[in-house]
Design a protein around this ligand. Sequence first.
Ligand SMILES: [Zn+2]
Length: 261
Amino acid sequence: MAASRIVYLMYHELELEGRKLVQSEPGYVRYILPLGVFRRQMEVMRDAGFRGLSVGEAIHDPHERSVCITFDDGCETDLIAAAPVLQDLGFRATFFLTAGFLDTPGYLRSAQVRDLDARGFEVGCHSMTHPYLTDLSDAELRREVVDAKHRIEQIVGHTIEHFSCPGGRYDSRTLEVARRAGFHTVANSEFHANSSTASPYRLGRVAILRDMTEEEFVDICGGQGLWKRRLQDQVRRGVRQFLGNRAYERIRSSLLRERQT
Ligand SMILES: [Zn+2]
């Protein structure tokens, strides 16, 4: 029997009318969906017969036709915008929080994290301060992975099992630190579906972008055309490796700015 493969979606902050986003650079905004678009995507998923799962469910109790839904960064819109839509449709999801951002403007407050948790959503960890983990010293890496886990655990009062890498960056050292800290899974942002036999420390996710069409979205949920995105992404990663993280970000943000004008 072929191992079942599940696509993991990666969302971020949602845009609400009259509400400022936590960041305004083009490189950030391209990952931000208006709430109405997000709601429509979830309805399209339901109508296509998919069920929305958290990472824990996707790993331990995968369904025949399901999609894993994840959110990064821990913005307040996780609770006030995404959660009600997901609840309406009976979907679960995992919210990866940046521990050091909690209780600051635009991000979840501790009480809201407990609320998400109490509603049956899964709370995960997305580092302490959102750096690229591959750029850090051992001590910095421990703070971003181990201390961040403990901080979120103190808020919710139970163990946190799932981690997602800021900017999708990871290496073998990062994964080892996460594994030793007690995380059961690590998600990145590589474009592939995850089979039940693959390493839970290398979970690929597909970033849902603002300019995606509904057709593209449906294809992604069904795992179609991911190879094309993966290829584009590999080219991008190759360029990044050649230039280094900092130079790559400088060039990327100036290109994105140009595209906007
Ligand atoms: Zn992030």
